[in-house]
Design a protein around this ligand. Sequence first.
Ligand SMILES: [Zn+2]
Length: 311
Amino acid sequence: MMYFGRPPVGRFAPTPSGRMHLGNVFAALLAWLSVRSRGGYMVLRMEDLDTQRTSEEYAQLLREDLIWLGLDWDDETPPQSQRTEVYQQYFDRLKDMDLLYPCYCTRSQLHSVNAPHLSDGTYVYPGTCRGLTQEQRSAFDRAPSWRVRVPDKLWKFRDMVQGGYAENLVRDCGDFVVRRADGVFVYQLAVTVDDGESEVTEVVRGMDLLSSAPRQMYLQELFGFRHPQYAHVPMLLAPDGRRLSKRDRDLDLGQLRSKLSPEQLIGILAHASGLTPDAAPVSAKELAQEFSWDRVRTENICLEAKDLAIL
Ligand SMILES: [Zn+2]
């Protein structure tokens, strides 16, 4: 079921493990434009499940960077690190539905030749621990991760950028982990619960997360949440074709803010994405007046050396 006829609810969901890099800014800009161009509501949420790498200092820098860019939000919901008890309740619901089982496979077992690997480097879990007896389970002396059984069903949706996408979880993923052996809930569960409870109607994020959408759609259905609309935006690549990452210090906002105005930076990104005919400076607010997903390029965007020279 999709949402029609009422203002959209979108979200920023950054991981506070460093400054935003250009790719993060790009996805945040499109998420904001999609919502604000239709008078919608914006939620901010810090995805800090990995408490080793994340900090409140970075979270504060992210907020300041978004404000500097002119990308505002209406509400900030609690960070994922504070939501363990909530995730546990949803985990228990899956358990009550008899959809979970403990998995004792080690990392090396999972990456062994028996597991068919997909082109993106992930593997299909072959169901090794699905049928273990209680006796076999108690023979292991380590804490298990917990997997959810997936149905043999085709998950189809129309992505606002990429068009039609379909995946069968049995064939493309297998039963997947919802809680790790160390007790930490995984991204798939946390993001589904958070978006569902915030009544998010559209999820805008990088192309690299496209294949995780069917897992979230499955969990949404189990938890009784409506499916949001998805927009998986192209990745920004450096001129040599390499993906930008938080290691590219030269392209993080700490550096960029010292060289550019927000309008200059947004002008470059708007042009690279296909929204404007040239890279003239423009504010997010101005762009929102004529934003349309139809104009956003679908393929990964290789930044040109001359763009980087401006940066
Ligand atoms: Zn296993």
